[in-house]
Design a protein around this ligand. Structure first.
Ligand code: AMP
Ligand code: ZN
Ligand code: FE
Ligand code: FE
Length: 278
């Protein structure tokens, strides 16, 4: 059997449900050769997973998923193989965490203005390790009986056009790519078909984008072919993973995308080339 990797995984340090150790154990049971923990805006899940996997037969590589916006369009960038103790990187993600905390508080105040009283402490409790976001608020609203469902909370209050929505600060793609590069890593455009932002690709390539996520549970066969071609045209390496948020949860299950080991080797080659140029 060929060796497989899964290079897009979330843990409960962001919006995944499983603790890092459980993700590692499951990946080991699947005999995956390597995994990357790519939590949103945090590296603590990766650090815990890497520590735990030290004496196990699996490689855990550093990852992170950052949201970026050029003002009009949003996209997700994945960073890999960076130094997890890089100061500018850690300071930036810590700053965004504080901004999210204040934003959450503002949304709770807006809800109160509509007569829906939510205890911010309850929201923070649900967020747990993760930086607080709208999904946590939606969950409290469901628990309080203010809405019938999670989607209802977004449709009526928390969505982009909803009365409670507060925009959130984001890095530009150029800033996100630079942050990853300066921390010694490589930058990959995440699930391009899911975010549907082909118009941003050329600019990101000019900003130093290194790779393109082609394997993703939301990508059809035709979409994979399309992005493989785009990657080849721009000299980007190809990568992918399940984007698992839990077993049987959002997007794929761990290991569901059968990404051959050679793609991680391709990523490392590009990483080495970038390191040599520094
Ligand atoms: P935040 O980062 O706090 O703005 O929350 C973003 C997250 O909220 C996304 O990753 C989705 O999981 C969820 N979300 C955003 N819009 C919707 C929507 N219309 N319906 C359901 N979930 C949504
Ligand atoms: Zn996520
Ligand atoms: Fe994403
Ligand atoms: Fe993701």
């Amino acid at each position: 059997m060929p060796d497989f990797v899964d290079l897009h995984l979330h843990t409960n340090h962001s919006d995944g449900r499983q603790p890092p150790r459980e993700v590692v154990d499951f990946a080991v049971a699947l005999k995956l050769k390597a995994i990357a923990i790519t939590d949103h805006d945090v590296v603590t899940g990766y650090i815990e997973a890497a520590e735990y996997a030290r004496d196990k037969d699996i490689e855990v590589i550093a990852g992170i998923e950052l949201s970026a916006s050029n003002g009009t369009d949003d996209t997700h960038l994945l960073g890999y193989l960076f130094r997890p103790d890089d100061k500018p990187l850690l300071e930036t993600i810590e700053r965004f965490r504080r901004i999210r905390y204040e934003r959450g508080k503002k949304m709770v105040e807006k809800l109160a203005g509509l007569g829906l009283i939510v205890d911010y402490g309850d929201v923070l409790k649900i967020a747990s390790h993760a930086a607080v976001g709208r999904p946590h608020l939606a969950e409290v609203m469901v628990n309080s009986g203010f809405v019938d469902s999670y989607n209802d909370a977004f449709d009526k209050y928390l969505g982009l056009d909803g009365p409670v929505y507060v925009p959130k600060a984001k890095l530009t793609p150029a800033e996100a790519i630079k942050l990853i590069h300066e921390a010694g890593g490589v930058a990959v455009m995440a699930h391009p078909a899911l975010t549907d932002r082909d118009n941003m690709i050329a600019e990101m390539v000019a900003d130093g984008l290194d790779g393109m996520e082609v394997f993703h549970p939301t990508h059809t066969r035709a979409i994979r072919k399309k992005y493989r071609q785009i990657a080849a045209r721009h000299g980007l390496f190809v990568t992918g993973g399940s984007d698992s948020h839990s077993r049987k949860g959002r997007y794929g299950d761990i290991g569901q995308e059968h990404v051959p080991f050679e793609y991680l080797a391709g990523m490392k080659e590009a990483w080495q080339k970038r390191a040599d140029r520094r």
